[in-house]
Write a new protein. Structure first.
Length: 258
């Protein structure tokens, strides 16, 4: 029997960039409204970048909730699932694809904030950023993250736009039927297309193991790509933020006088 795949826990805020932004967010305690913050370019910049950074890290962290479903602390009785075990696995697949692909969108929105580009959120993508900042190293890292997800993006598009779902076992039709019957209280009998006795636990185990084998490597690649993206982003942010702090009328200058 193959060894069970050990779960990979995704870190969402280990980057020095994330720590720096979170640390600067404390400046928000000095203001009662965003209107007040907007009077100080340095404070506004730090808090705007913090908002986008927080949304990105929250989305990355949410992938661990998918891990919770794939590696539950206690075995899940299939008869207690709110849907059939087949649909449960497909819902996990749906959520995984949408959320891991959306990390790129969150990165694009964060980069637009850091680079202070005038791109509306709905038009924000790698191409629109590259057009306005063609030589920026952050864009290169962003494109690498995008290329890394090409296969997953294709699968997502096929799945959601054509309703074509990837097989999770070696006999998904039987898995689907057996899971549906079991959910309705009718245990299945007979054999599958390979001549094996129908065993819902076996199909469910195969499906979960398949999803686990997809989750771990893609999660690890994502974290590595994010670390690479954060490094130049940190430098870009610091350069712009320090310039704003030195400007007359900045919150930093007011604090020094006060």
């Amino acid at each position: 029997m193959a060894r069970a795949l050990k779960r990979y826990i995704i870190p969402s805020d280990n980057s020095s960039f994330v720590g720096r932004i979170y640390g600067l967010s404390i400046v928000g305690l000095n203001f009662d409204s965003y209107e007040e913050v907007s009077k100080y370019p340095d404070a506004k910049y730090a808090l705007d970048v913090n908002d986008r950074t927080s949304l990105l890290t929250r989305r990355v962290e949410s992938l661990n909730h998918i891990g919770d479903l794939l590696w539950p602390s206690k075995p899940l009785p299939l008869n207690l699932l709110p849907v059939s075990s087949y649909e449960y696995c497909n819902l996990i697949q749906d959520t995984f694809l949408m959320r891991i692909i959306s990390v790129l969108d969150c990165c694009c929105l964060l980069l637009v904030e850091v680079l202070e580009l005038d791109i509306p959120p709905r038009r924000t993508n790698v191409a629109s950023i590259r057009k306005l900042a063609p030589e920026n190293l952050c864009c290169v890292k962003l494109e690498k993250l995008s290329n890394l997800q090409n296969d997953l993006r294709t699968e997502r598009n096929v799945r959601f736009h054509r309703a074509e779902e990837e097989a999770l076992t070696d006999d998904d039709e039987i898995f689907k039927m057996a899971a549906l019957f079991s959910h309705r209280g009718w245990p299945s009998e007979g054999t599958d297309c390979h001549g094996r006795k129908i065993n819902l636990d076996r199909y469910y185990g195969l499906a979960i193991n398949h999803l686990r084998s997809k989750f771990n490597p893609n999660a690890k690649k994502l974290v590595k790509a994010l670390d690479s993206f954060y490094s130049p982003l940190h430098d870009e942010f610091e350069r712009r933020f320090r310039t704003k702090c030195k400007d007359e009328g900045s919150f930093m200058q007011r604090s020094k006088r006060g």
